[in-house]
Ligand binder design. Structure first.
Ligand SMILES: NC(=O)C1=CN([C@@H]2O[C@H](COP(=O)(O)OP(=O)(O)OC[C@H]3O[C@@H](n4cnc5c(N)ncnc54)[C@H](O)[C@@H]3O)[C@@H](O)[C@H]2O)C=CC1
Ligand SMILES: O=C(O)[C@@H]1CCC=N1
Length: 267
């Protein structure tokens, strides 16, 4: 498989993967990204010195790695468009939610290796986590090539394809849950009379510090929570209010809703 990379749809995720590939050592001269607007093309050329085009078929010709970065609703038409241009031996890597690898295999030349991935937006700063799963024709060597492609975006884990919609519900959508909590915490500070600026800084730095503490200490979140929660103290009063509000149950329902929606998007 050659090292030429075609990124089809360089939006939030496509651009993050592109940036990660470059930071992992990919040569900009080996990358082409497809775009729909000249403004986006100019941004990509200036920020990354990669080639850009609006022609998906031209982009996949000569590419050993093809990244599908469009929305789930646009994947089918894109695959029909590029199928005649796919190089023998190319690996098609997708970030799109929902569609199983069989959806790609039915539309691409017989025997095309497909690797389905679930990334998340912290990939843009090299702090993401991506789960990858092979389609029917993808070998261990193909998975290793995708791990190399994604190395600059953060952690990469292998998963069974049947679990990818659950992964999407936890880590794919997860950053949105965290931003939701950050916003709610900051608004709570405003309710208590803090300025918006101070409330936002307190919320963001608290999430950052707590995340680093979980990571660096390796301690279970329950133990860390207990260390904050003095018997009869303020945190216990707050946690009771969260439980009364059904927050834990809401997270369970939210994850199940995201998993089910991914299944729907996959047709
Ligand atoms: N945003 C996220 O947190 C995550 C997104 N995903 C998946 O990543 C995919 C992309 O999502 P985003 O990057 O957020 O969307 P986005 O809308 O930012 O990016 C999609 C890009 O594809 C372009 N595009 C659409 N049709 C095209 C075509 N035929 N040829 C070339 N370019 C085309 C659009 O102009 C846009 O720039 C989706 O399938 C989504 O399910 C997966 C995990 C996380
Ligand atoms: O909301 C979505 O559909 C995509 C998939 C996971 C995160 N964002």
């Amino acid at each position: 498989m050659n090292q030429r990379l075609a990124v089809l749809g360089a939006g939030n995720m496509g651009e993050a993967v592109l940036a990660g590939a470059l930071s992992a050592g990919w040569r900009a001269s080996d990358v082409v990204a497809t775009v729909r607007t000249e403004a986006k093309a100019q941004h990509l050329r200036e920020a990354y010195q990669v080639a850009t085009t609006s022609d998906n078929v031209a982009a996949v010709r000569g590419a050993g790695l093809v990244l599908v970065g469009v929305k789930p609703k646009d994947v089918g038409a894109l695959l029909d468009e590029i199928a005649p241009g796919i190089e023998p031996g190319a690996v098609v890597v997708t970030v799109a939610a929902g569609h199983p690898t069989s959806f790609y295999e039915q539309r691409l030349p017989a025997g095309t290796a497909v690797v389905r991935t679930v990334p998340n937006t912290p990939a843009a700063i090299g702090a993401g986590i991506t789960a990858i799963a092979p389609g029917a024709a993808a070998t261990d060597a193909h998975l290793e090539a995708v791990e190399h492609l994604l190395a600059g975006t953060g952690a990469v884990v292998r998963a069974a394809e049947k679990d990818l919609n659950a992964v999407s519900a936890i880590s794919g959508s997860g950053p949105a849950y965290v931003f939701y909590v950050a916003d709610a915490l900051a608004e709570a500070g405003v309710l208590l009379g803090l300025t918006r600026d101070v409330a936002r800084r307190l919320a963001v730095q608290t999430l950052l510090g707590a995340s680093r503490l979980m990571d660096e200490s390796g301690e279970h979140p329950v133990l860390l929570r207990e260390k904050v929660t003095s018997p009869g103290g303020t945190t216990a009063a707050a946690l009771r209010a969260l439980d009364d509000g059904g927050v834990r149950a809401s997270f369970l329902a939210a994850a199940a809703a995201a998993r089910d929606r991914a299944h729907e998007l996959g047709g």
